[in-house]
Ligand binder design. Structure first.
Ligand code: TMO
Length: 300
């Protein structure tokens, strides 16, 4: 029996909670639609996405970042629960970040050792504690362990949604107040605010597995995140058989740092909606996405 086009199952695209991922998911969706597929979008957190991808509840995830997701990703790829759909051109970094004016108040930055002397600058004015506050993203990262291993006088205060980081950043910049927060690159922030990542001891895989490694001989995580980190795509392992043309195209998708920063800025600076931003992005980079279409493989 023929499956009616309108009954064919849709390709489900996973939406996370930071801007470039949301815009580029809509770009991917529009490309699949141009190929004749039906597309649905499904919201998921980073921690829940692995189960969703493994079980085919969602089918593609367009941004898997090394600094926040490498461990789960590598484990599930090795177990063949998800498929590694290749790396983007972009290299990534995710770590503690501050606006440049903070350097005047805490000389020695971006070297992490400077924080030993000025953690109190980052304390919460409304609290009796003089400990610095590090504003973390809503993604799980071993920041408590890093603080302990490096002997820093900081508490971690995670925001609920990624966008709350920018609310805190804009407020601090407006008032010229010290702030230390999670940020990443490529992102729109670097196009609007001068600032730097803290230079922690260089990342090495042993930092996460061997306590003897690094400046602290008893604890793990005495290092920063990778600096030239990878950015990958992931898929449900059934994608290849169920939608071979979409599989081929998804494999080809490769974004540069500029492509990603531009996608984020369309929303976070120019205030477009995610679907509007996706359309604008495709108008800006026609040769880029057209090269991902496979002329010998058309879905009708
Ligand atoms: C995964 N992220 C880009 C938010 O760090």
């Amino acid at each position: 029996m023929l499956v009616q086009a309108d009954q064919a199952p849709a390709i489900k695209i996973l939406l996370n909670n930071w801007t470039s991922q949301l815009v580029l998911s809509h770009v991917t969706g529009r490309i699949f639609e141009k190929m004749g597929y039906e597309v649905e979008y499904q919201q998921s957190s980073v921690s829940e996405q692995w189960g969703a991808l493994s079980h085919g509840v969602v089918h593609v995830q367009v941004e898997v970042w090394e600094g926040t997701m490498a461990k789960a990703f590598d484990r599930l790829v090795a177990a063949k629960s998800i498929e590694d759909m290749g790396s983007h051109q972009a290299t990534t970094r995710e770590d503690w970040w501050y606006p440049d004016y903070v350097e005047k108040l805490c000389p020695g930055l971006p070297d992490w050792r400077a924080l030993k002397g000025c953690a109190h600058l980052f304390s919460d004015e409304k609290s009796v504690s003089t400990k610095g506050v590090y504003i973390a993203g809503p993604w799980e990262k071993p920041d408590e362990a890093k603080i302990r291993a490096l002997g820093l006088d900081f508490d971690v205060s995670p925001v609920e949604k990624g966008d709350d980081l920018w609310v805190a950043l804009k407020k601090a910049v407006l008032n010229n107040k010290p702030i230390m927060l999670f940020n990443w690159s490529p992102n729109w922030v670097e196009s609007r605010f001068k600032g730097k990542f803290v230079e922690f001891p260089d990342y090495h895989p042993d930092c996460e597995t061997n306590p003897q490694w690094g400046v602290n001989k008893s604890f793990l995580f005495d290092c920063g995140n990778p600096k030239g980190g990878w950015l990958k795509k992931a898929a449900w392992p059934g994608l290849k058989n169920q939608w071979p043309c979409a599989y081929e195209t998804f494999k080809k998708i490769s974004l540069s740092n500029d492509h990603i920063a531009y996608a984020a800025a369309l929303v976070d600076v120019d205030n477009l909606s995610y679907p509007q931003a996706a359309k604008r992005w495709m108008d800006e980079y026609p040769q880029v996405w057209q090269a991902w279409l496979n002329s010998s493989c058309r879905h009708d």
